[in-house]
Design a protein around this ligand. Structure first.
Ligand code: GDP
Ligand code: ZN
Length: 463
C-alpha cells in the first residue's frame, strides 16, 4: 500500500489524451497558487483574483519562452474540487503544449498525480464521499444514457443518502444496547428485545434487497453480449443492422456471405448490448465455410443471450436441429424474421415444442422493422431476468458495494439471532458494529487508506 503524501502539490492533464481545441492542466495543493503564478503571466494576478477566469500566457521560465496563450483560474481552499488550493490552466488542446506546461509545473516543485488522486483528495477533505467519487468515475466512463443517469445520481449522493438512513437506524439500536450494557436498570425486557429483533430483520431485508439489485446493475454497467445465430440467408445481418440502426454489416442475397463474426455495441432498452453477427449455420462440405460455422457455435456458447433466427418464408429447416440442441438451458429468443412475407410464428413455436424447448418467439421483419420494439423488450427481459423501472429503481452497479451490503446483512443476521436467543447485549453489539463498519466502507468512512488503494487504482490520471 503506498503511503499518501498528502502535503505534495500534484499536477496532471485533466482533459482526455489526444488533440482538442482546449486542454486543461490542473494543479492542487499548498503550492498550487505559487506554481500557477510562475507559469501564468496575465494583466491580473491569480493570487489577487480567485474564482475569476483570467487571460494571459503560459511561460517556460527555464527556456525563457512563451508556450501558449490561455486562461487560468485559481480556486482557493476549501472552495475547490479537491478542497485544497487548485489552479486550472486552460491552454490549447495539444498534447505537446499540455505536457510542456506539466513539465514546467514539475520543475517548480509539483509532483505528477497518480490515478484518481484529485478525487482522492476531494474525498479526504470531505468534499465527496467514496460512493460519490465512484459515481464521478462511472459518469466519465458511461456509454449509455442510463449508465450516465445512474452514475450522476450516485455522484450527487443518492446511494449515500440511502445508506445514511440505514446507518442511523443501526446507530440508534447500538446506543440502545450499549446503554443496556452500561446501566443494569436499563436491561432489555423481552418485549423490547422482540421489537428490536423485528427492526433488525426489516433492515436486513432492505440490505439484501439493495445487494440483489447488483445482478441487474452489473449488466447495466458491463453490458451483455448477444449472438445472432441461424441458417444462411435468414436475415441475421439485416437484423444485426436493424438493431444497430446502421449499415455496418454487409447484406447480400448470396448465401454464406458473413463468414466471420462481426461485433458492434448498441443500446437496447437500458442495456449496452454487444451484438455479434455470425456466419450462417448449415451442413456444408466447404472447409472455409465449415470453419465459419464452428466460429458461430463458439459465439453461441460464449454469448449471454442468443437470438436464434428463422426465416418465415422458408419455415423450419432440418439444418436447425443442431442449433436447437445448443439452446437448452440458455437465455435465448427465437426470432422469426421476414414476417412481412408470411406469418410463421406458429410453425416455429411447434418446432420448439417438438424439441421440448421453452423460448419466447418473436415475429419480426428486419426490412419493415415490424416487431423490433417487441424484440428489444424481450431481449432486455431475457437478459435481466425481470423487468425493472429504469426511472425509479436504484441499482447497485459496483461489486464492492454489493459485497459490503451482503457482509452488513450477514452481520445483522447474526446480531438478530443472538439477540433472539437471549444472549447478553455484548454479543449482538459486536455484529451491529460489524454491519455499521461494512456500510461505512461503501462511503469510505472507515478503513480509509486500504479502501482508497483498491478504489482509486480504477481511476484514470488527472481525475
Ligand atoms: P444472413 O445470411 O442471415 O445474414 O441474411 P441477410 O441479412 O444477408 O439477408 C438475406 C436476404 O434476406 C437478403 O436478400 C435480405 O434482403 C433478405 N431479408 C432480410 N431480412 C428480411 C426481411 O425482414 N424481409 C424480407 N422480405 N427479406 C429480408
Ligand atoms: Zn449475414
Amino acid at each position: 500500500m503506498p503511503t499518501y503524501d498528502w502535503q505534495d502539490t500534484i499536477v496532471a492533464i485533466a482533459t482526455p489524451p489526444g488533440h482538442g481545441s482546449i486542454g486543461v492542466v490542473r494543479i492542487s495543493g499548498d503550492q498550487a497558487q505559487s506554481i500557477g503564478s510562475t507559469l501564468f503571466r496575465g494583466r491580473r494576478s491569480l493570487a489577487k483574483h480567485p474564482f475569476r477566469t483570467l487571460r494571459g500566457t503560459f511561460v517556460d521560465m527555464a527556456a525563457d519562452e512563451t508556450i501558449d496563450d490561455g486562461l487560468a483560474v485559481y480556486f482557493p481552499a476549501p472552495r475547490s474540487f479537491t478542497g485544497e488550493d487548485v489552479v486550472e490552466l486552460h491552454a490549447h488542446g495539444s498534447p505537446v503544449v499540455l505536457r510542456r506546461i506539466v513539465a514546467c509545473a514539475l520543475r517548480e516543485g509539483a509532483r505528477a498525480a497518480r490515478p484518481g488522486e484529485f478525487t482522492l483528495r476531494a474525498v479526504r477533505h470531505g468534499r465527496l464521499d467514496l460512493a460519490q467519487a465512484e459515481g464521478i468515475r462511472d459518469l466519465i466512463a458511461a456509454q449509455t444514457t442510463y449508465q450516465a443517469r445512474l452514475a450522476a445520481q450516485q455522484a450527487r449522493g443518492a446511494l449515500s443518502t440511502q445508506l445514511y438512513a440505514f446507518k442511523e437506524q443501526l446507530l440508534t439500536t447500538i446506543v440502545h444496547l450499549e446503554s443496556a450494557v452500561e446501566f443494569v436498570e436499563e436491561q432489555l425486557d423481552t418485549r423490547s428485545r422482540t421489537a428490536l429483533v423485528a427492526d433488525l430483520a426489516e433492515l436486513e431485508a432492505k440490505l439484501h434487497g439493495l445487494a440483489a439489485t447488483y445482478r441487474t446493475g452489473r449488466l447495466v454497467r458491463e453490458g451483455v453480449s448477444l449472438a445472432i445465430i441461424g441458417r444462411p440467408n435468414v436475415g441475421k445481418s439485416s437484423l444485426f443492422n436493424a438493431l444497430l440502426d446502421t449499415d455496418r454489416a454487409i447484406v447480400t442475397a448470396i448465401a454464406g456471405t458473413t463468414r466471420d463474426t462481426l461485433q458492434e455495441t448498441a443500446t437496447i432498452g437500458d442495456l449496452p448490448v454487444r451484438l455479434i453477427d455470425t456466419a450462417g449455420i448449415r451442413d456444408t462440405s466447404d472447409i472455409v465455410e465449415r470453419m465459419g460455422v464452428e466460429r458461430s457455435y463458439t459465439a453461441l456458447a460464449d454469448a449471454d443471450v442468443v437470438l436464434f433466427v428463422g426465416d418465415a418464408a422458408a419455415g423450419p429447416h432440418p439444418d436447425e436441429k443442431r442449433v436447437l440442441d445448443h439452446l437448452r438451458q440458455r437465455q435465448a429468443i427465437c426470432v422469426v424474421n421476414k414476417s412481412d412475407l408470411v406469418p410463421a410464428v406458429d410453425s416455429f413455436q411447434k418446432l420448439l415444442r417438438q424439441h421440448h424447448l421453452d423460448l419466447p418467439v418473436v415475429g419480426v421483419s428486419a426490412h419493415t422493422r415490424a416487431g423490433l420494439d417487441q424484440l428489444k423488450a424481450t431481449i432486455q427481459q431475457v437478459a435481466v431476468g425481470t423487468t425493472f423501472d429504469a426511472g425509479h429503481d436504484w441499482l447497485i452497479t459496483e461489486a464492492r458495494h454489493a459485497a459490503a451490503l451482503t457482509t452488513a446483512a450477514a452481520a445483522l443476521r447474526q446480531a438478530r439471532e443472538t439477540l433472539q436467543a437471549g444472549h447478553s447485549e455484548e454479543v449482538p453489539l459486536a455484529g451491529l458494529h460489524q454491519a455499521l463498519q461494512a456500510l461505512g466502507d461503501i462511503t469510505g468512512e472507515t478503513n480509509i487508506e486500504a479502501i482508497f488503494d483498491r478504489v482509486f487504482a480504477t481511476f484514470c490520471i488527472g481525475k
